[in-house]
Design a protein around this ligand. Sequence first.
Ligand SMILES: O=P(O)(O)OC[C@H]1O[C@H](OP(=O)(O)OP(=O)(O)O)[C@H](O)[C@@H]1O
Ligand code: HPA
Length: 187
Amino acid sequence: MSENKRVSYNGLTFKPFIEASAIAQRVDDIAATMSSDYNGLRPLVICVLNGAAVFAVDMFRRLSIDAEITFIRLKSYEGTSSTGVVKQVVGLSEDIAGRDIIVVEDIIDTGTTISRLIDDLKAMNPASVKVATLLYKPEACRHDINPEYVGFTIPNKFIIGYGLDIDGLARNLPDIWVVDPQSCPDA
Ligand SMILES: O=P(O)(O)OC[C@H]1O[C@H](OP(=O)(O)OP(=O)(O)O)[C@H](O)[C@@H]1O
Ligand code: HPA
């Protein structure tokens, strides 16, 4: 991917950040580690829609152990910022008591979504809850969250692609792009 390439959405311009090949390598690494950690446990992977769909399914397909997957839908972002309120749009239908749970997120940013979800899941008495996130912004995170599986630790900049959106767009981009500060100094 040429460093000079740019894409634009909703008046913001984005520059290349993480190439699809580097993402694929990290997804492979995480799936291999997870397969070894959960061998024989038949974990339940919970994918947090919409953003995590691409990462969760890519990773799930690479697991070499028996595992199940299910989906819930949470929403807290509008445009490029968190509303601070996590809305549950679609809930969990499975009984997770006694199960080993792996929550899969595309990104932990302020940490509000994952921290609320972990609390809700723990109240349902699972055997264990761990978190896998493709992207983690420690500088932005306002909660005490220590994800067990992290694809990339990144600075506090708004990004899109590989499942991450700006107002519903750009999720289908194979690479990850970061907002170009020249187009939006605050993002
Ligand atoms: O750490 P936080 O600040 O809570 O941000 C992370 C959350 O934000 C995004 O979801 P969003 O609410 O944008 O919904 P989406 O997954 O449908 O894009 C992302 O998929 C995470 O769930
Ligand atoms: O940087 C981001 N990009 C897209 N969606 C997000 N949701 C939280 N942080 C982000």
